[in-house]
Design a protein around this ligand. Structure first.
Ligand SMILES: Nc1ncnc2c1ncn2[C@@H]1O[C@H](COP(=O)(O)OP(=O)(O)OP(=O)(O)O)[C@@H](O)[C@H]1O
Length: 341
């Protein structure tokens, strides 16, 4: 039972992505409302990137999507992206939906000046003059905090520092004022200080252009600081979804609790040993029977090893897919802190 579609900018229903016949995203349903920040969270291999790419119609070769990803048009009707023709998807990208990728270098051409790349992005979706496109490019660089933007627009990407390149990529993703920005681990390659800076700039730009944001991350600390809602994924499925405050404040799924238990304590000076969830996620072609998390779950019983749980709503807008959600203690992190080291 996903949230009501009526006010959604993006509505995803039973999204599946498969390579050959192996499903790696297994039936996700969620909505993104205008201006909302939704975080997709989970360990490596959970299917976050492929889900994000499906929202942009940018799945890699060999990936087959199924289900429904609908984007609201200005008229109020919805355009279906799954199965849409390539030119239709290409027309949406950069204009209504845009990507901030993991690796800023790969997003910028090394042989063109940064300002020219931004201006080309503007002219690809609007009929404005070169001069106007250029002015918008400089304004976008200025907006992301690149000092002396007129001069910097004439530089090549390799003349930028890592942090500046990431800002330029955010400028590129927001220059046409899209309705939805998808950021796929936009800070993985950066040190802690730059990570925070980039997330702040991304948040400011999102506000400035009025876009919603789907933020892919494996870090619940980032979710706590930057997201309105969160969808926790494991082995291609939804584990838990809801308002970030509710999910992080009172996680109902043991897996969410495990991710949370690995975060450093919030109180400065708070000391406790850092636990980790024992074991590793399964590979998509060798999923265990029942709940995919059961082999690593301290609460798992026979039922969990036999049948996949269906989503249950402990509160409005909060869903959990766990047979034993109402036995998860408070604070839920105790489940993992009690694990022997
Ligand atoms: N091009 C591909 N061909 C085959 N399998 C793929 C391909 N891309 C991804 N996969 C598989 O799909 C699953 C989900 O991958 P995805 O990249 O979406 O995970 P993720 O949660 O984003 O992980 P990470 O944080 O490591 O990027 C993984 O098991 C991965 O090995």
């Amino acid at each position: 039972m996903a949230p009501d579609v009526s006010d959604a900018l993006l509505s995803v229903r039973d999204l599946r992505v498969a390579f050959d016949s192996v499903e790696v995203v297994r039936g996700l349903s969620f909505d993104v409302r205008p201006r909302e920040v939704l975080a997709l969270v989970g360990e490596s291999g959970a299917g976050k990137s492929l889900t994000a790419r499906a929202l942009l119609g940018m799945l890699p070769r060999g990936a087959t999507p199924n289900g429904s990803v609908r984007l609201r048009e200005e008229t109020g009707s919805y355009a279906e992206l799954v199965g849409a023709a390539r030119p239709a998807l290409a027309a949406l990208r950069g204009h209504r939906v845009s990507l901030v990728p993991q690796d800023a270098l790969s997003a910028l051409s090394p042989v063109h000046r940064v300002g020219d790349q931004l201006a080309a992005a503007v002219r690809s979706v609007t009929g404005v003059s070169r001069r106007e496109a250029r002015a918008r490019a400089v304004a976008a660089l200025d907006r992301v905090g690149i000092a002396d933007a007129v001069r910097k627009a004439r530089a090549y990407p390799h003349e930028f520092s890592g942090g500046m390149r990431q800002r330029a990529v955010i400028a590129m993703a927001t220059v046409n004022e899209p309705d939805l920005v998808v950021a796929d681990e936009p800070t993985t390659a950066l040190d802690a200080e730059l990570q925070e800076q980039v997330l702040r700039v991304l948040g400011e730009q999102r506000e400035a252009v009025g876009a919603a944001l789907v933020l892919v991350t494996h870090d619940l600390g980032v979710v706590r600081e930057h997201a309105d809602r969160v969808l926790v994924m494991y082995a291609g499925r939804q584990v838990e979804q809801g308002p970030a405050e509710a999910v992080l404040g009172r996680p109902r799924a043991p897996y969410t609790a495990g991710l949370l238990a690995s975060l450093p304590p919030e109180e400065p000076g708070g000391s406790r040993r850092l636990p980790s969830i024992p074991g590793a996620p399964p590979t998509p072609d060798a999923l265990p029977p029942g709940c995919a998390f059961a082999p690593r779950c301290p609460l798992a019983d026979d039922r969990c090893h036999a049948a996949e749980p269906t989503p249950w709503a402990p509160a409005e807008g909060h869903e959990v897919s766990c047979h034993r959600w109402d036995e998860v203690p408070y604070p839920a992190t105790e489940l993992f802190l009690e694990q022997p080291v």
